[in-house]
Design a binder for this molecule. Structure first.
Ligand code: FES
Length: 653
């Protein structure tokens, strides 16, 4: 009789296999993506399949014509102990006896598509560089001289088709003890990256264990650091945590940190130590939060701007402070946690640092490009990642340009009189009545507006403590719309504005956003200096965008994407009124949330994405703002509110 014909769905792969072949073996023969950690020992249950038709050796039949081997009993034992869902079989145990159609459910595919939980539904394909593999290693033999590591390598090659295997000395040292304790059975974490080099042993434990492994996607900003702990098998985030970048004490913006490195002997090393220590604390925190042992975190990806990149890696940042802004290294890097002294992670954990685009445009912009893929679109997108430095990308499938612009920390609420970081109690939204010139505000952590009944009681816990980045942007835009200040950004006198909310502040005027009397706090005000700081920041952002548009030869874009934590909260209308971004229909402005962090997560979960981001970076044209005379022209022209070009008339009510 002919061998059974087996068809796998959803891949559609098919072929004939000898009767009695297990589904897992058939999948491997036919190149079907079916997961396995225990290597077919009936322990990990990663190989579950749903047979749609066909005859398979049944559970527990140990006698009679269908009793092909012990495998049925293994599956029955698994079923009795841990339970198999109805219609599911262990692929490594179920033997194919007739023509069959077998479905591989998404959770049993190694390369699965996972839709993220956050607003951005871009699917993350999981194809992690690190995988768990269980093996049984031949015992030591007096007559065969191979070492324990070589026997392990041979077993991994044999059972898992792992190519050349490498390991650091401490890992080599751990192999004999693990083999001994596990009676030859061990679970290994093996890292094999997208570049196809030798595989690397990053963990070895005695016994057969199918618990998870995790990775960290780290977005290292000049002001804040965010870490997302991600289950490497599923691609889902299990916990996130953030911290302030402690380098702030050496300088708020990047250039002052570069000056610190230049002027202070040992200054760069001091900053390197500070950021590595903060990362270590953050890792411990996020792991504790998720109830994950830090030893289970075997990979991390890092995105950051070039100065942070150099300071983290312990490279001299000084050349980044002056033309030609030369990077010590621009390509992606794969390092070990030990190289970076990240004590909270196992030494052998692998760290992938995304590539930098140029001396001023870093791996964070590369990550945004990976998350947004504007290079796959026909329409022209402007993507701005707003932080202390704005990363700006402009492009479509023909061409992508990038630059960065020094917006300073004002958009993050820093250097603003009543400014504060985004936290409960901070004003995040402002509406000023054009008649009365009185502002209503909303604070983070409370859905009510300040003139809603019950507001004072609702915020009693925090009070109103200050104003965050999105709040100050709205406040300045609203002040302009309400006529509290003119197009040059000058706050008018009480007589000129007809508002008793304006009061003297030295030789200039300030506007009282919230007087604090009803809520018992200090007044929250916007001074002339605050308006100037926002004007400088928004002019830098706008000028960077215009510079890219000049370079592209266009004077309109089809869509604007606001990225970054601040970009996620800012109202598109207020961004347009303020003139932060070039004119575009308000509904063409969208928020992408933390796109750099998303890019870090995509690269964490997928080797293909690492190859992709490296290819994208190779195609991006870098535009240097610091050297372009047009940047200065645009910057000066953009100082007005909205900006010197025609404002969107429908926006000014
Ligand atoms: Fe582990 Fe089947 S491969 S249970």
């Amino acid at each position: 009789a002919q061998d059974p014909l087996v068809v796998f769905t959803p891949s559609g792969r098919r072929g004939r296999v000898p009767s009695g072949t297990t589904v897992l073996s058939a999948a491997r023969m036919l190149g079907v993506d079916l997961d396995s950690v225990c290597g077919g020992r009936g322990i990990c249950s990663k190989c579950q399949v749903a047979p749609m038709s066909g005859t398979f050796a049944k559970h527990g039949i140990t006698a009679g014509p269908e009793a092909l081997s012990e495998q049925n009993a293994v599956e029955a034992r698994y079923d009795a102990k841990r339970g198999l869902a109805a219609g599911r079989r262990l692929g490594c145990q179920a033997q194919i006896l007739s023509d069959a159609v077998i479905d591989v459910p998404p959770e049993s595919q190694v390369h699965r598509q996972v839709v993220r939980k956050d607003a951005d539904t871009h699917p993350v394909e999981t194809d992690p560089a690190t995988r768990l593999m269980m093996v049984e290693v031949a015992p030591a033999d007096m007559h065969a001289p191979e070492g324990a590591f070589e026997r392990l390598s041979a077993a991994l090659a044999n059972e898992w088709a792992v190519g050349t295997l490498e390991a650091d000395l401490p890992m080599l040292a751990a192999v004999p003890a693990a083999l001994e304790a596990g009676g030859g059975r061990v679970t290994c974490a093996v890292f094999a990256d997208h570049r196809g080099g030798p595989a690397r042993l990053t963990e070895i434990r005695p016994g057969l264990l199918a618990d998870g492994i995790f990775g960290l996607a780290i977005d290292l900003g000049s002001t804040t650091i965010a870490a997302h702990l991600t289950d490497l098998a599923s691609g889902s985030v299990v916990a996130s945590a953030g911290a302030m970048n402690p380098q702030i004490r050496f300088g708020e913006d990047l250039m002052s940190r570069v000056s610190y490195a230049m002027m202070t002997p040992g200054g760069a090393a001091e900053m390197t130590l500070a950021v590595r220590t903060a990362l270590g604390t953050l890792v411990a925190e996020v792991a504790a939060d998720a109830g994950v042992a830090p030893e289970r975190i075997l990979e991390a990806t890092i995105v950051c701007n070039p100065v942070m990149h150099h300071l983290l890696l312990g490279l001299d940042p000084v050349p980044l402070g002056q033309a030609p802004f030369a990077l010590a290294v621009s390509d992606s890097l794969t390092l070990s946690a030990r190289d970076l002294d990240l004590g909270a992670l196992p030494d052998a954990a692998r760290i992938y640092v995304l590539p930098c685009i140029a001396g001023h445009v870093g791996a964070d912009a590369a990550a945004v490009a990976l998350a947004q893929r504007l290079d796959l679109r026909d329409d022209l997108s402007l993507v701005v990642d707003v932080g202390t430095n704005a990363e700006i990308l402009l492009g479509n499938r023909d061409r992508v340009l990038a630059c960065s612009s020094p917006t300073g920390p004002a958009f993050e609420g820093a250097q603003i009189t009543c400014g504060q970081r985004a936290a409960p109690g901070a004003i995040e939204a402002v509406r000023i009545d054009t008649e009365t010139k009185i502002a209503r505000v909303r604070v983070i952590g409370c859905p009510l507006w300040s003139d809603d009944p019950g507001f004072a009681a609702a915020i009693a816990g925090t009070g109103i403590t200050g104003i965050c980045g999105s709040g100050i942007v709205e406040a300045v835009a609203e002040m302009r719309q309400a006529g509290v200040m003119d197009a040059s950004g000058l706050i008018g006198s009480p007589e000129a504005t007809g508002s008793d909310r304006v009061r003297a502040d030295g030789r200039t005027w300030e506007y009282v956003l919230h007087d604090g009397s009803a809520t018992g706090g200090a007044p929250i005000r916007v001074t002339q200096n605050d308006v100037r700081a926002i004007q400088l920041a928004k002019s830098a952002l706008y000028a960077g965008a215009r510079l890219l548009m000049d370079e592209m030869g266009v004077d309109r874009v089809d869509r604007v994407v606001l990225a970054g934590a601040f970009g996620a909260h800012i109202s598109p209308l207020h961004a347009l009124v303020l003139g932060m971004i070039p004119d575009v229909a308000p509904d063409a402005v969208t928020s992408a949330g933390n796109a750099a962090g998303t890019g870090a997560r995509i690269a964490l979960c997928s080797r293909a994405a690492r190859a992709e981001v490296e290819a994208i970076v190779g195609r991006i044209t870098k535009v240097e703002t610091a050297l372009a005379p047009r940047f200065q022209e645009h910057f000066v022209a953009a100082n007005a509110i909205p900006h010197a070009s025609e404002p969107c008339p429908e926006l000014l009510r």
